[in-house]
Design a protein around this ligand. Sequence first.
Ligand SMILES: NC(=O)c1ccc[n+]([C@@H]2O[C@H](COP(=O)([O-])OP(=O)(O)OC[C@H]3O[C@@H](n4cnc5c(N)ncnc54)[C@H](OP(=O)(O)O)[C@@H]3O)[C@@H](O)[C@H]2O)c1
Length: 283
Amino acid sequence: MTQTNEAAKQLDHYPELAAKQSSWQHHFQCDALNGKTILVTGAGDGIGSASAKTYASFGANVILLGRTRSKLEAVFDWIETHTETSPVIVPCDLENLDGTTVEHLADSIMENFGQLDGLVHNASRLGPKVPIAHYPADEWQKVMQTNVNAVFMLNKGLFELLDKSENACVIHTSSSVGREARAYWGAYAASKFALEGLSQLFADETETAGNIHVYSVNPGGTRTAMRREAYPLEDPAILPTPEDHMELYLALMCSKDQVSGNVVNFTTGQQIDARNWLQNSSQ
Ligand SMILES: NC(=O)c1ccc[n+]([C@@H]2O[C@H](COP(=O)([O-])OP(=O)(O)OC[C@H]3O[C@@H](n4cnc5c(N)ncnc54)[C@H](OP(=O)(O)O)[C@@H]3O)[C@@H](O)[C@H]2O)c1
């Protein structure tokens, strides 16, 4: 199939992703996400930034939501320079997200794009790694607000826009400690358990209609700022990069008719372990 070559050509501008592409099991049409609108939270750095750049490279208009304006601007500039898509910046600290802000966001997406085809809940606050007995209560609130309450508010407030799409995808970014808790991971672990619950609820509620597919993805150890904060003594070179996960992130977001090769089908509500998936897909 010629798609592989076409797609490879399109990724010349993104060498970190192009380097991974030769081992992909899935082949995505260059325009696989053309006309789609995808909101990524925490789009200024790490996995969020890589997702935004990847989705834009395959044609999606990406809404870049994040806390630090300068980081969002850098991703925005990259997308404007290297793709034909129309990115949008939404500087927003999820710690302060409320219903009114979500309403304004929904109105603005409605006005500019008419619907929402993808929502990647990626932003997250790590919080301190201390025992529950010493966990600061204000930090607990901040972690839960960013990692859980904001996700609930966005799913609720953007639901109508997602429901207008024929094929929408919602990705909740989880963690290993959100599936099996470990000592000292505090509110972060509890928040990721809650996120898994939200993901399952949302998947179950939308399964019959069938136009919204909902997943939870655990990236596992990945070479980002958050990982460095959690494991300052670890050698980052041993970890996958955010771009290593982008075949999975694309496969989840693309319609089946835009993908060929050794395609893996996903089921709404599925919990996906990105590092297992990476290992299996490269075998
Ligand atoms: N990296 C790993 O090893 C690993 C493992 C398991 C799960 N995860 C999950 O993967 C996701 C992405 O993390 P990452 O590793 O890519 O981390 P990262 O590079 O630190 O990126 C996190 C992003 O979230 C944004 N963010 C944090 N708090 C926010 C807030 N209150 N409002 C808006 N944006 C906020 C950050 O904004 P600023 O740049 O402005 O700070 C940053 O852009 C997270 O959900 C994390 O829990 C990561």
